[in-house]
Design a binder for this molecule. Structure first.
Ligand code: ZN
Length: 501
């Protein structure tokens, strides 16, 4: 091993320790910190963030990266280390171009805007939020311009959340999907909504937590390599391969929401827990491709979790934990978890209309970044698009443009990853059935772990070694297409709602 390589590995190890501490501090802030401890926790986060930023932009670090990328050294590195050098050098150069005072001002503007957004959402008053959003938009444009001065800002943002993705590809597949979805939705609506009053009731929170443990264990979450906690919004935290944590949020009137959050976050966690330990301390261990990550959580949540066959082997267990379920036939429960209808709020939407919620946000982001639509025109544009895509119009901004936090903290370009994830899922489902056979048969048999093992082997093990389009090529032998997801929807809902395909 060359001296530079040894030095570089030590440096990576040091950076990793800062990451570890920061991740733990964020976890604590969202799950455990008492109100009076929040300020101190924020100060600790700021301190370690600044130190981490300095480490990742230090000249000595840049020197190592440059040396290791020279062919003589680079060619002797193993593939994971080559990828680490390449990716870290790109990030180093991007960050080096950002003036430190701008970086600080941008971080502050986002924190402030996020706080104002919460208030504006509560008051359903966009005008309160509008000047802050305007600032975050213009600073985000500036931020990505520093990073990649010669590229279109929105393309840079898309690539930040899903490496290798571009708007031409997204335009193509979203259009394909939209054309297939609108007629399907028409048929589903014509079939009418199911009667779900049997599910109304009061569900004990402690029992819901036991259901979560049961579900996590069922799908293959390793309780020795992770833990659970409560938070306002469910999320997953990867500390390291041996410690991947999930949170959940419980509602006494609605046990279904926490069940599906448990499955969703469990899917994210299973990804993190099953990365090959040989990749520890390399860039491969960090999966910053949100589309690929969402494809794994959503595969468990939607492709598997919303099937009757998923619940067949565990419905008795579920009824013993939540006694109300003894009175709810499995078929009624299946109608409840597949109740497709247009609604205002993305996070409460069913798996079909959810797609249109994302298409709307993607079109809005293009309007913001490409057409420079004035911020004050955005609420009306949102409402028009809701009407066009879902046939309903928000009555106020809280159920319209103010509902998601993403834009308040500058996360433009993130939304498409949810839907890309679902489209990957349609493709993974096809590939999986080709190899393992009919998914319903496997699930009814109680062999869900065979499916988890297939995902471990084909996707999780590799971490971020391959980007999403490479994964699709390797696992499915083709490039991204919306067709398999549409096939899955059409087949499933024709059967469930009893109409011809
Ligand atoms: Zn997710």
């Amino acid at each position: 091993m060359s001296d530079t390589l040894k030095q570089f590995k030590d440096y990576l190890h040091t950076m990793r320790q800062y990451d570890h501490v920061l991740t733990l501090l964020y976890w604590d802030l969202s799950t455990a910190a008492p109100e009076k401890g929040v300020e101190a926790r924020m100060r600790a986060i700021n301190y370690f963030s600044t130190e981490a930023f300095r480490l990742s932009t230090a000249d000595e670090y840049g020197k190592m990266l440059h040396e290791l990328s020279q062919p003589a050294q680079f060619d002797s590195l193993d593939p994971a280390m080559q990828l680490t050098v390449k990716r870290n050098l790109r990030d180093y150069e991007r960050f080096k171009r950002i003036p430190e005072d701008f970086y600080t001002a941008y971080t502050e503007a986002k924190t402030r805007s996020e706080r104002i957004w919460e208030k504006a959402k509560r008051n359903s008053d966009f005008s309160e939020f509008s000047p802050y959003l305007e600032k975050v938009i213009s600073m985000t444009k500036e931020y990505v311009h520093y990073m990649e001065p010669d590229q279109d800002p929105y393309e840079v943002l898309l690539d930040l959340y899903e490496e290798g993705m571009d708007s031409a590809t997204i335009d193509r597949v979203f259009e394909e999907l939209k054309e297939g979805l609108l007629p399907l939705l028409g048929k589903i609506e014509a079939a009418g909504r199911p009667n779900l009053s049997a599910l109304e009731g009061h569900y004990d929170i402690a029992a819901q937590k036991e259901v979560q443990s049961m579900l996590l264990d069922y799908i293959g979450f390793d309780a020795d390599a992770g833990t659970t906690a409560e938070s306002e919004h469910p999320f997953t935290t990867d500390l390291c391969i041996g410690d991947v944590r999930v949170t959940n949020h419980y509602n006494e009137d609605d046990p279904i929401s926490a069940m599906f959050s448990a499955i969703h976050e469990g899917g994210h966690a299973i990804f993190g827990q099953n990365i090959d330990p040989a990749y520890e301390d390399t860039a491969v261990e960090q999966v910053n491709m949100m589309g690929l990550h969402e494809s794994q959580s959503r595969f468990f949540e939607n492709i598997l979790g919303r099937r009757r066959s998923f619940w067949e082997p565990i419905y008795d267990k579920l009824s013993s934990l939540l006694p109300q379920f003894k009175q709810i036939p499995l078929d009624t429960f299946c109608r409840a978890i597949n109740d497709v209808h247009p609604s205002m709020i993305r996070t409460e939407a069913d798996e079909v209309t959810y797609c249109l919620h994302i298409i709307l946000r993607y079109e809005m982001e293009k309007a913001i970044f490409r057409d420079n639509v004035p911020v004050d025109d955005l609420p009306a544009l949102w409402n028009d698009k809701m009407e066009e895509l879902l046939g309903i119009r928000p009555q106020n901004d809280a159920e319209g443009i103010l509902q998601d936090m993403h834009w308040s903290d500058g996360s433009f370009g993130y939304f498409p990853s949810y839907l890309l994830g679902s489209m990957y899922d349609g493709m993974f489902l096809e590939a999986l059935e080709k190899e393992l056979g009919d998914v319903d048969e496997i699930l009814s048999d109680g062999r869900i772990r065979d499916i988890t093992a297939w995902l471990n082997e084909n996707i999780h093990r590799n971490g971020s070694f391959y980007n999403s389009s490479e994964v699709l090529q390797r696992v499915c032998g083709q490039k991204l297409t919306a067709r398999p997801l549409l096939d899955y929807f059409n087949k499933k809902y024709a059967k469930l709602y009893g109409f011809d395909r």
